[in-house]
Design a binder for this molecule. Structure first.
Ligand SMILES: Nc1ncnc2c1ncn2[C@@H]1O[C@H](COP(=O)(O)OP(=O)(O)OP(=O)(O)O)[C@@H](O)[C@H]1O
Ligand SMILES: [Mg+2]
Length: 232
């Protein structure tokens, strides 16, 4: 097991993001210790993807700071892998003009790592095909393989279960559980979140409304209200 001192891992401190008049993240703090699976949930528009965009340097917060292993951290998107972070995009974000292998190998990944990631995601047989020719579930696996090929310390997954059936979600759950790295998981599929996460942060209109183990989150009234409000 990895060390778990108060300094190790990724920490967000009082992150606030505004888009014009919209408060997308409102004073969000989160600690992501090494080896842990941390979920981020909340209704549509709660700020989950924005939080990923802050960590990966696509969005600069108006206030707040991040640390990685206790040191100030501000990644630029192209430096993410150098810092040991990799993310998947919500939906599928592949280059259609490139083969699956080339998509997975994009950036500073070695061919060996790319093949290993394809094998691990069960799509090595599709390496020479173009992503567009594959069914959606397979394209989601390409997205995963692309992130895994970077051999990240911290794997950030934005709705990896979106559009997947029960069997695919079960496969995904095993992959997350068996991954040796830290995982940050944004997901709407509650069963998946509850079954793989050690800890869950709940956002509602950018505000952190709960943080705790799955059992605590499941029985939290504020969380239930946020989801009921969103469904209404
Ligand atoms: N670049 C941007 N410019 C302006 N507004 C933005 C931008 N990115 C996100 N937003 C707004 O910020 C809020 C949070 O969006 P975000 O995409 O983070 O939500 P989310 O929790 O990921 O939602 P979903 O579950 O639908 O993916 C939304 O109201 C969204 O419209
Ligand atoms: Mg999102």
């Amino acid at each position: 097991m990895s060390t778990d001192s108060a300094e190790s891992g990724l920490s967000l401190h009082h992150i606030t993001v505004r888009f014009g008049g919209l408060l997308a993240l409102d004073d969000v703090s989160l600690r992501v210790p090494p080896g842990r699976v941390v979920g981020i949930i909340g209704p549509n528009g709660a700020g989950k993807t924005t939080l990923f965009n802050v960590v990966s340097g696509f969005v600069t917060p108006q206030s707040g700071a991040m640390t990685l292993d206790g040191k100030p951290f501000r990644a630029r998107p192209h430096q993410l892998i150098r810092h040991g972070l990799a993310r998947t995009l919500q939906g599928v974000g592949q280059f259609d003009g490139m083969t699956v292998l080339d998509n997975v190998q994009v950036g500073p990944r070695s061919e060996n790592d790319a093949w290993a990631a394809l094998e691990r995601c069960g799509i090595a047989e599709h390496a020479r095909q173009f992503p567009k020719t594959l069914p959606y579930a397979k394209r989601k696996r390409v997205e995963l393989a692309r992130a895994l090929a970077a051999r990240p310390r911290i794997l950030m997954l934005d709705e990896p279960a979106g559009g997947l059936d029960t069997d695919e979600i079960r496969w995904l759950a095993d992959l997350i559980r068996e991954s040796e790295c830290t995982v940050l998981l944004v997901e709407h599929h509650m069963e998946l979140v509850m079954s793989v996460c050690d800890e869950i942060l709940v956002l509602d209109f950018g505000k952190p409304i709960a943080l705790g183990a799955p059992a605590e989150i499941r029985s939290n009234d504020k969380v239930a209200e946020a989801y009921l409000g969103a469904a209404a």
